[in-house]
Design a protein around this ligand. Sequence first.
Ligand code: PLP
Length: 400
Amino acid sequence: LLRPASRLSAIGVSEILKITDLAAELKRQGRDVIVLGTGEPDFDTPEHVKDAARRAMDAGATKYTALDGTPELKAAIRAKFKRDNGLDFAQDEITVSAGAKQILFNAMMATLEPGDEVIIPTPYWVTYADIVLVMGGKPVLVPCREANGFRLTADDLAQVITPSTRWVMLNSPSNPSGAAYSAMHYRPILDVLLAHPQVWLMVDDIYEHIVYDDFRFVTPAAIEPSLRDRILTVNGVSKAYAMTGWRIGYAGGPAELIRAMAVVQSQSTSCPSSISQAAAMAALNGPADIVRERCRSFQARRDFAVTALNKIEGVTCRLPEGAFYTFAGCAGLIGRTTPDNHRIDSDSDFAQYLLRRVGVAVVPGSAFGLAPYFRISYATSPSELEEACRRIAHATRELS
Ligand code: PLP
């Protein structure tokens, strides 16, 4: 009989999976279900990236590579950091893994001692807390109010730092809120960190290229170079280049940390896929216009979704600066009753109701540590998005 290790007891199956499982079950029963739950672009990987992978395979790039990335890909990553972020990294300050998720895992495994605290603003990507828990660390969740744009404030941060704080994790633009930090928002937070030399900063910039209107993306290591020796700048090709299945993420940070992360990787997955590394290099070195074009398409869908959601009585939706999610409030619906006489007591109840009543899968805010909200991913076709919003409006009108 399997007895799972105790380190797994702290983490469970996420609410996201529960909703997607139920959606899959309803689909199997023949129901027409629109899933607004997935965190990946609906576009395909660009053709020139796929070509580079084919060429790499034909040229025999099918063997183990250097442990944490080929020199060629690392050079492309350094050039990217320089070009897009104004950051100069040496070759030994770059690491490549099987996705940004593995980067985070390596970093936490390489640095956390049991009981170390990691500050995570909510709403947050659940993986952050779960990785910390698996390592025996303690996630310190800090609620970030909608009134503050779902962003961590310097005061909030200063209040939760203790001698045991090891890391702060920031994600801009954010999954799930779509909120992004400008230089103005980052500045006071970095000032707090300057005063606490034991605290490191992990920034997850994976949605860097998906920003809207005149928002200017910036990353903390460029704002405060004196913090560079304790910032890990995480990024990847999954979201910008529609390459979620290729599994390539990367980071720039102090060489000592990067070396420790490579030790972790050496005894887990070894090098990332050789073919995917060649593809990622083509993505990073390739034309930027395809990314901009797709971003414009996401922006049109964001505008549509936010307008449609705000028209629904009881629902409010802030205009996100980036990523492809909206995080809509449903406080106005709590306490109402469904046509089959169930009370909506929480955002989870509302998400269940939407799925069962009108076949729309959204993820409750509670799954990201902030309720009552629901997240929709609008990285789906405009026609599906339109139909989904129509159904959400309809289901909401049926509540009494
Ligand atoms: N970071 C955030 C905030 C994400 O939302 C995701 C994916 O959903 C990732 C990282 C993971 O990216 P990767 O595919 O590179 O592991």
